[in-house]
Design a protein around this ligand. Structure first.
Ligand code: AMP
Length: 992
């Protein structure tokens, strides 16, 4: 029977047209294309001669002048059909060990053959056979391996033609070529197209490194590592590398090439800097225009030298502008401030030479008549006479009645440089100075003060003054200040007496009491001279002395009591006003109470993301929130601990995420998207959203997301801070909580994509909750995120291979990440894969290595981790299975007693027999640091263990005796010593 018997010819034309219209995919290298051959295909059919039993037949059709060959077979009425159709020899390209076979075919519905279809089938088989040479017409069934049974998705009835397209992968090809064969076992089939191709990552230039075209996949490798070469005039510290995914996409480039000095990146090549531009270093920066006051250079310049008369200071970058010398300071003024002292002030130079490191120096000359000489060292300058950055200086210790000439000079970084490096003759006008002179009047100074006479109630004092007053400069008054010596600070009274003579009698003093005195003289022009030293004099003892002291003490005590009472009163008032303000607040709008949804709704499905926030989150009035303390930094702003007090509800501790000012609308939406997502969840192990602040008037200051407060913060940090302090069942309890939260999320079809211990929060009952939800955030905010070539960011060491290779993020990839979280938890917050680079991690995973068991990890828990890290994601356990298993382990604590094999050298990632550079540890502290046990350095030193030889002699008892008590720490140190004794340094990860 002919396949097309009874099928309308019109439809068949459609099939072919449709076939032609199917376009070739990009990045594919075609090895065989049945339709494109356009002539006789020469495929072998078997059995060769069947009499009137027909096997596969070639059918030639013409459409629009082109010829097409199709193969069909339709022996539905016959029993035991075994008809083979074999392609010609398909040459394999070296390294294309994995090819795709795309078939287009039609299968007739068995029911459309009334009564003749007893043995009718609706499938056929695809086989392949490898060979190093074309074997011509020799055909042996036994040499063919079955690839797949091909079944149609849609079968063709009499009236409706249905074309099926199926693609199968043929892997592990290694010989020079291969054949495909199609085995019919009694179906009615038309094979319209067979296309054999393999995928390649096309030759590309990424980060200035060129990578050759690379065949994707092969030998079960999802990712193929490819080395690149820096383009001309670019160099790289690290060999540039990249991965080619099975889908022909480049991901995760490593090792950036950068253009050499004098070159910049222009569209994937390094081009010489244009004339007038320069680039000094190997970097990704662009060439920069020659800076101010430099000479323009020809193309490819590494730097631009200074123009004549301009300089760079030694501290200036060779890439910066050059500057000239500053001009003179302006408006120099001298003002007398007090005896022997004057203040010089000036304005900065008009031309600073383009610099901001201007300093000033002062020179002083004293002149009598026309004879001037340097002032010498007696003169004091405050703050200094050179290196001044302020435009003023105070000059003291000046003598009266002399002419002083002060010269102020401006300097800059280049003038200093000039004086050292170039002959003065080359300098442009260099002295930048102004001169002023003044006749200085010296105010008098008090030199000595003495007690002339005393009684129980009075003291008589006199003092000397220098220089001795001349008639025209006589001091006209003195100020005598005194107080009781022992007065309480709060009640000290200074009494000031103004005197015209250098003598005073003070009466009405307390008997037997010490007083402190100080005198200051003022000259006729009002300028103040220096004060005398403070002097102490005591009145003679009298009868009233005791009672006076008691009264003073009583007054002091009462004052203190009064102050304390006032402080308490003010504080209470403040607190009262605060509570009142809270009680009066009435603003509170609440959205509909949300019950958990069955399926998570992506807030992006809402045209206006604000609608999603309104729907899923409760609006809170900002006055109900009190921020107490910053506890962390989120992507958008600080995270605070605080209190939420909604009227009529109990006060609760909350975490408040804020949006820092100056954000864009997109950032605002991203910020709020976390609330829209979190608001849809309601589970014990998912962080609970209390609400958002988006609507209040002052929204720009107050945008917030308010969640329940988790006292112990992020899980990774918490475990690191409590290393070794929890038993296995407590850690497994934490994991159970996380798994339950993840089960809830996966049941709601939410894929987290960034599950890691840093994104789990812990409360004060050690309950763990999943947090960090966001939309476009996919990892934008995660410091672990690494960019892929397609622009996304992926935290490589937490992410499943298929998610890295072709962004297949599913709950199964979340399960992989959960396995990593299990490892982080059991290793007390250790960094997965330690200090291996992302590149090394991907390579190791690709080569089927997995993290080894952490120390003391129950075997059952480690087995579960390994299950989560199965390459085939369909074989990984689901979160439901994980919760069940962890529950089981928790119910029978004995199940946690069997500990997984542990290799201390591997698991603690010690360079166990050596320091990081391969040499033995040089000191005990270096060794302790490498196993993160530095806190015990002192214990070792105090116990006299100061060399590594001594360390190697230590037994467990010794370690305990020097003060290492925590079991986890004890083990870590003991295991490390064990590893040190065994002088073999082994692999860094564990092969499965
Ligand atoms: P995130 O932006 O969510 O990564 O938060 C930044 C940091 O703030 C976290 O690492 C935690 O230390 C802290 N944090 C965030 N949410 C909470 C919370 N609900 N309770 C306690 N600390 C939190």
């Amino acid at each position: 029977m002919d396949f097309f018997t009874g099928i309308r010819p019109l439809l068949f034309s459609y099939v072919l047209i449709n076939g032609i219209l199917i376009t070739l995919q990009t990045k594919e290298e075609v090895l065989l294309d049945m339709k494109a051959t356009g002539g006789e295909l020469g495929w072998l059919t078997w059995p060769l001669d069947q009499g009137d039993k027909l096997g596969w037949e070639v059918v030639q059709r013409t459409l629009n002048g082109s010829q097409f060959y199709t193969y069909s077979v339709c022996n539905v009425g016959e029993r035991e059909q075994d008809n083979w159709l074999r392609t010609t020899f398909i040459q394999r390209r070296p390294s294309a060990s994995r090819v795709f076979v795309e078939l287009q075919f039609i299968v007739r519905d068995c029911n459309s053959f009334d009564g003749t279809s007893l043995t009718c089938k609706e499938t056929f088989n695809l086989f392949t056979s490898e060979s190093d040479a074309d074997v011509g017409t020799t055909f042996r069934k036994g040499q063919f391996k079955k690839v797949a049974t091909i079944a149609p998705d849609e079968i063709t009835s009499k009236n409706e033609l249905r074309i099926n397209t199926e693609t199968r992968v043929v892997e592990n090809l290694s010989r020079k070529g291969f054949y495909l064969a199609f085995q019919d076992i009694g179906a009615c089939i038309a094979l319209l197209s067979v296309r054999v191709y393999y995928k390649t990552c096309p030759a590309t230039v990424k980060s200035l490194a060129s990578f050759p075209e690379t065949v994707a996949g092969g030998e079960n490798q999802a990712l193929r590592e490819v080395n690149g070469v820096c383009v001309d005039n670019a160099i790289s510290e690290e060999l540039p590398r990249i991965y080619c995914t099975v889908d022909g996409e480049w991901v995760v480039p490593v090792g950036q090439c950068q253009c050499k000095p004098g070159y910049e990146e222009v569209k994937d090549v390094c081009q010489e800097c244009q004339a007038g531009f320069f680039k000094a270093a190997t970097s990704s920066d662009k060439c920069e225009p020659c800076p101010a006051n430099t000479q323009r250079q020809d193309s490819g310049a590494l730097f631009c030298p200074c123009m004549y008369g301009f300089y760079r200071a030694p501290t200036d970058p060779p890439t910066g502008p050059c500057s000239g010398l500053p001009s003179a300071p302006r408006d120099l003024v001298a003002t007398t401030t007090s005896a022997g002292k004057l203040l010089l002030t000036w304005s900065p130079p008009e031309d600073t030479g383009g610099r901001n490191d201007i300093t000033y120096s002062i020179e002083c000359q004293r002149c009598e008549g026309t004879a001037c000489q340097p002032c010498g060292e007696k003169i004091r300058y405050e703050p200094a006479s050179t290196g001044l950055t302020d435009t003023k200086v105070s000059v003291s210790e000046l003598d009266a009645h002399l002419n002083y000439t002060f010269t102020v000079e401006a300097h800059s970084g280049v003038s200093l440089f000039m004086s050292d490096a170039e002959p003065r003759a080359n300098k442009p006008p260099s002295t930048s100075a102004l001169t002023t002179s003044l006749l200085y009047t010296d105010p008098p100074k008090i030199t000595t003060m003495r007690l002339v006479e005393r009684s129980s109630t009075s003291l008589s004092l006199s003092w000397d003054v220098s220089p001795r007053p001349r008639v025209q400069h006589r001091p006209i008054r003195y100020e005598l200040t005194y107080c009781k010596k022992d007065d309480n600070l709060d009640v000290t009274t200074f009494i000031v007496l103004k005197q015209e003579k250098n003598f005073a009698q003070i009466n009405d003093l307390a008997p037997g009491t010490a007083y402190l005195f100080r005198v200051q003289a003022f000259s006729s022009d009002g300028s103040a001279g220096g004060s005398s030293m403070e002097e102490q004099f005591e009145t003679l003892l009298g009868e009233q002395s005791n009672s006076t002291a008691i009264i003073i003490a009583a007054v002091g005590g009462a004052t203190m009591l009064f102050i304390v009472a006032m402080v308490l009163f003010v504080r209470r008032r403040k607190r009262n006003s605060h509570t009142r303000q809270g009680a009066e607040d009435t603003y509170f709008s609440s959205s509909e109470q949300l019950k958990p949804l069955k399926t998570y709704v992506d807030p992006h499905t809402y045209e206006d993301p604000n609608t999603a926030v309104l729907k899923f989150a409760t609006e809170i009035h900002p006055s109900h929130i009190t921020k107490q303390k910053v506890i962390g930094a989120g992507e958008f702003g600080e995270v605070y601990r605080g209190i939420l007090k909604v009227p009529g509800r109990k006060e609760v501790a909350v975490a408040i995420k804020t949006l820092k000012p100056g954000y864009t609308e997109k950032q605002r939406q991203d910020f709020l998207s976390e609330a829209s997502i979190m608001g849809q969840f309601s589970h014990q192990n998912i962080i609970r959203l209390e609400g958002v602040v988006t609507k209040c008037k002052d929204f720009f200051k107050h945008a917030m997301i308010v969640t329940e407060y988790m006292e112990n913060g992020a899980l990774d940090r918490y475990l690191r801070d409590h290393d070794g302090e929890f038993a296995s069942f407590q850690l497994v309890g934490m994991l159970r909580g996380i798994a339950a939260g993840m089960k809830y999320l996966s049941d709601m079809s939410y894929v987290h994509r960034d599950l890691a211990a840093r994104n789990i929060l812990v409360n004060n009952t050690l309950e763990c909750k999943v947090s960090d939800f966001g939309l476009s955030r996919v990892l934008e905010d995660d410091p672990e995120g690494t960019y892929t070539t397609s622009g996304g960011k992926i935290p490589i060491r937490w992410t499943a291979p298929e998610a890295i290779a072709y962004r297949k993020f599913t709950s199964a990839s979340d399960v992989w990440s959960f396995g990593i979280v299990m490892w982080e938890v059991m290793a007390f917050g250790e960094r997965p894969y330690w200090d291996m680079s992302n590149h090394e991690v991907m390579k190791a995973i690709n080569e089927a290595f997995r993290l080894p068991a952490p120390m003391d990890c129950p075997s059952a828990v480690y087995q579960l981790m390994l299950q989560c890290w199965l390459q085939d994601r369909s074989k990984r356990p689901r979160f439901g299975d994980i919760v069940n298993l962890l529950d089981k382990l928790l119910r029978s604590p004995d199940s946690l007693k069997t500990i997984a094999d542990f290799d201390p050298r591997v698991s603690i990632r010690l360079p166990s027999t050596s320091g990081s550079d391969g040499s033995p540890f040089r000191s005990v502290s270096e060794w302790l640091e490498s196993i993160k046990m530095s806190q015990y350095s002192e214990n070792f030193t105090c116990a006299g263990v100061v060399t590594m030889d001594q360390v190697l002699q230590m037994k467990n008892e010794d370690i305990k005796n020097i003060g290492v008590r925590l079991p986890g720490h004890l083990k870590r140190i003991a295991y490390s010593i064990l590893g040190l004794k065994d002088q073999t340094s082994t692999l860094s990860v564990f092969a499965v």
